[in-house]
Design a protein around this ligand. Structure first.
Ligand SMILES: Nc1nc2c(c(=O)[nH]1)N[C@H]1C(S)=C(S)[C@@H](COP(=O)(O)OP(=O)(O)OC[C@H]3O[C@@H](n4cnc5c(=O)[nH]c(N)nc54)[C@H](O)[C@@H]3O)O[C@H]1N2
Ligand SMILES: Nc1nc2c(c(=O)[nH]1)N[C@H]1C(S)=C(S)[C@@H](COP(=O)(O)OP(=O)(O)OC[C@H]3O[C@@H](n4cnc5c(=O)[nH]c(N)nc54)[C@H](O)[C@@H]3O)O[C@H]1N2
Ligand code: SF4
Ligand SMILES: [Mo]
Length: 688
């Protein structure tokens, strides 16, 4: 029996694990009590690492499409074929004819993270898409506007705050996002025991809301109105306190002027939150010794994601809670992606998407328009797609239409360990080693963590001869396309750690398998600012210019029903439904519906309903629940395992339906992020 320690890389919480292995199999897997960040906390998904390791459906060698279906092909032949097809498409139609899509697990895998960009450069296409624009893009845009760099994201200093305002996030289920805080349930309890308050704003009384001190229902998509009302109240009642950063803050007057039109009384009918409640939250927030506002997916993937993420930061700033303990702070990771960052180096709008004319941001285009680029004929039309760790058929808008479009492409290359709803369209699948088989240092999530720590962990299992790492696949492809090898990720990581703020190294961190603790977050402004003039912008022009769009919604009448998404503890986006340990029990792809709405429709729990939007229609069972706000229905994303030709036996037994068959072109105009929540839908009982 050997004992291994490593961080789980399935989600952003990066919990430390203690894993016992005997005869090549995991015998025991539990939390590592000596991890300085997670202190032994884990979630049920961790055990799925065992399922992932043992899953007979997981691909370990390349597959090529033939007239009679997928056939195995050797790695070298596969790399040759991929390079040959890519070159032919580029020669015939230009580099932009090959689109790329990078999904979420790419950022949870340091080997992939540190070498995918080299591979993408070898392809030289402007049609680069990622899951960022169905996720956290508004956070990046707000950070660029306010602090000068998209990666300067302020993180709640959870362990030291007295008032935690949670908007559109469900960290008790998601385990925290853009807030790496493993064991969050215990962290919140500790805070409440000290007398701190947790206040949640969500159209659903979530698991987090149930553990909170207060929960307020809000109508989807109206958070920017609420945030402006909170800010207006703070100005109005003279509760502004800029604190230490006062000399750095520009735009205070513009922020006040912008907010005055949105008094709590003015927006209440739209948000559904009583004016007095709004004022009380504003006062309690401003008066708490240390407070932090935090907004996540519910705020990002809506039509005003940019405004929301800006206003969350602004609220923290005007109450003296930015860059202060217990407020929103910036971690300083051992591998600091901003080490050599210069003001003005991040570009945007240098080119636009061909069909909708949407601007690029930091070298990528909004994924809501990937489908248009594939289906709209003309010069520059996309003819081929490379996916890396992504399942856009289930994860991006208008999924059913994308599914049809992928079938028409000349060449689809998928770097992915599963034959799923997206990769079934591949001409070639290159499956990497994953999970316990890879070395890992969390390049991204130490940037978002509530405490500064670091850990590098060796793989638990050695690579079988026939397996390859993601980075080896990128390297082999890049070599064939450009004649040049990519630097091994280990070298890049080691250099980053050596020159980084902690002056450490891969070897030094490997010698501390539980991780190294660098202590609580520390104030760092203005030293880390990248705006160029050393100032923080409280009222960026981009967001002020977007306010008329928000204001116009004050004249709208809300649709009868809108749909929002939901995450579940034993699931991870679309791809972990093949893990038997996570799929026991009743099917979870249910439509949550308020009892009064259910009565109006004449349906009860278990009844099937048709849910229809302007883009598509699905049929799902209802689960009547007073967790929901009236007029709002909730459906988990990542289901819809109904397509023929996949190889995910467990997932197919729990197919569900895909909420992204209902989402479509809706976008946050200020950032290019998809608006996946608050979709108008019509609901009808399924005729028996
Ligand atoms: N309606 C709606 N849609 C959503 C969301 C929502 O809340 N509502 N959430 C959005 C969010 S936040 C995200 S992040 C996206 C996720 O969108 P995607 O990243 O496109 O989807 P995933 O389901 O995470 O698919 C991950 C894929 O990576 C593969 N994979 C896993 N590990 C590895 C690895 O180590 N290497 C490689 N090469 N492949 C690997 C899996 O087999 C799977 O095919 O979905 C978004 N879509
Ligand atoms: N178990 C599990 N963990 C995960 C994932 C998973 O799929 N499963 N996915 C991972 C990923 S990729 C991410 S990005 C994170 C996301 O982490 P979170 O953002 O914490 O997770 P969500 O459950 O999407 O939370 C969004 C919340 O917003 C609410 N909401 C929807 N619309 C609105 C609105 O208009 N206004 C407000 N105020 N609220 C709204 C929803 O009801 C929901 O409670 O989770 C990560 N962790
Ligand atoms: S919370 Fe995330 S990192 Fe922690 S064990 Fe669960 S999946 Fe792994
Ligand atoms: Mo995400």
């Amino acid at each position: 029996m050997t004992t291994h320690y490593r961080a789980c890389n399935l989600c952003e919480a990066i919990c430390g694990l203690r894993i016992e292995v005997e005869d090549g199999r995991v015998r025991d897997l539990r939390g590592d009590p000596d991890d300085p960040l997670s202190h032994g906390a884990i979630c049920p998904k961790a055990t799925a690492l065992i399922d992932l390791r043992e899953d007979a459906d997981r691909l370990r060698t390349p597959l090529v499409r033939t007239a009679s279906g997928f056939e195995p092909i050797g790695w070298d032949d596969a790399f040759d074929l991929a390079a040959e097809r890519s070159r032919a498409i580029e020669a015939a139609h230009g580099g932009d004819a090959i689109a790329t899509y990078l999904g979420n697990p790419n950022v949870h895998n340091s080997g992939s993270m540190l070498s995918s960009s080299g591979f993408l450069r070898a392809l030289s296409t402007r049609n680069r898409f990622t899951a960022t624009s169905v996720d956290q893009l508004p956070h990046h845009v707000a950070a660029l506007e306010m602090f000068g760099h998209p990666m300067l994201l302020p993180i709640p200093d959870l362990d030291r705050t007295d008032y935690f305002l949670v908007m559109g996030a469900n960290p008790l289920v998601s385990n925290g996002s853009i807030m790496t805080a493993p064991g969050i349930r215990e962290r919140l309890r500790t805070m409440q025991r000290r007398g701190g308050r947790v206040v949640t704003i969500d159209p659903r009384r979530t698991e987090t809301a149930q553990a909170a001190d207060e929960h307020h229902f809000i109508r989807p998509g109206t958070d920017a109105l609420l945030l402006l009302a909170l800010i207006a109240t703070i100005f109005d009642e003279r509760l502004v306190d800029l604190g230490r950063l006062a000399p750095l803050l520009d735009g205070l007057d513009a922020l006040r002027d912008a907010a005055t039109a949105y008094a709590p009384e003015r927006v209440a009918a739209h948000t559904g939150i009583a004016p007095e409640t709004t004022r009380e939250i504003a006062r309690a927030f401003a008066r708490a010794p240390r407070a932090v506002a935090y907004g996540r997916m519910g705020l990002s993937v809506q039509a005003f994601g940019g405004l929301c993420q800006w206003l969350v930061v602004a609220l923290n700033a005007i109450t003296g809670n930015l860059d202060e303990p217990g407020g929103a702070m910036w971690p300083l990771p051992a591998f600091d992606l901003l080490l050599r960052a210069k003001p003005g180096e991040v570009h945007e709008g240098r080119y636009r998407s061909r069909v909708r004319g949407l601007p690029e941001f930091n070298g990528e285009l909004p994924v809501v328009t990937m489908l248009d680029e594939i289906t709209t004929p003309g010069a520059g039309q996309v003819r081929a797609l490379v996916t890396i760790a992504g399942n856009p058929v289930l994860s991006t808008p208008n999924g059913a239409a994308l599914d049809r479009a992928l079938a028409e492409l000349d060449f689809v290359l998928c770097i992915d360990p599963y034959l799923n709803e997206t990769t079934r369209h591949a001409h070639l699948i290159l499956p990497p080693a994953i999970g316990l088989e890879v070395e890992h240092y969390d390049v991204i999530f130490h940037h978002f963590a509530v405490r500064n720590t670091a850990r590098v962990n060796a793989p638990v299992f050695e690579l079988a001869d026939e397996q390859r790492f993601d980075w080896q696949i990128f390297d082999a492809l890049a070599q064939r396309l450009t004649g040049k090898a990519l630097a091994p990720p280990r070298e890049r990581l080691d250099a980053g750690l050596r020159f980084g703020p902690r002056r450490t190294s891969v070897d030094e961190l490997l010698a501390h398998p539980h991780g190294v603790d660098y202590g609580p977050l520390e104030s760092c402004m203005p030293q880390r600012l990248l705006t160029g003039d050393g100032r923080i912008r409280l009222a960026p022009r981009r967001f002020l210019d977007d306010l008329p769009r928000l204001r116009a919604t004050l004249d709208d009448r809300p649709p009868r029903f809108v749909a929002i998404g939901r995450r579940q503890l034993r699931s991870n986006n679309s791809w972990m439904h093949n893990a038997p340990r996570l799929m026991r029990g009743a099917d979870r792809c249910t439509l949550l519906l308020h009892p009064d709405d259910a009565a109006d429709l004449g349906v009860e729990s278990g009844a099937a309903v048709h849910v229809e939007s302007d883009y598509g229609r699905i049929t799902v069972p209802v689960e009547v629940s007073d967790e929901m706000m009236r007029g709002v229905v909730s459906l988990p994303h990542g289901f819809g395992h109904t397509k023929p030709g996949t190889r995910m036996r467990v997932a197919t037994e729990h197919p569900g339906a895909s909420i992204n068959d209902l989402t479509g072109d809706a976008i946050d105009a200020a950032t290019g992020n998809a608006a996946l929540n608050g979709i108008p839908v019509r609901i009808a009982p399924h005729a028996r």
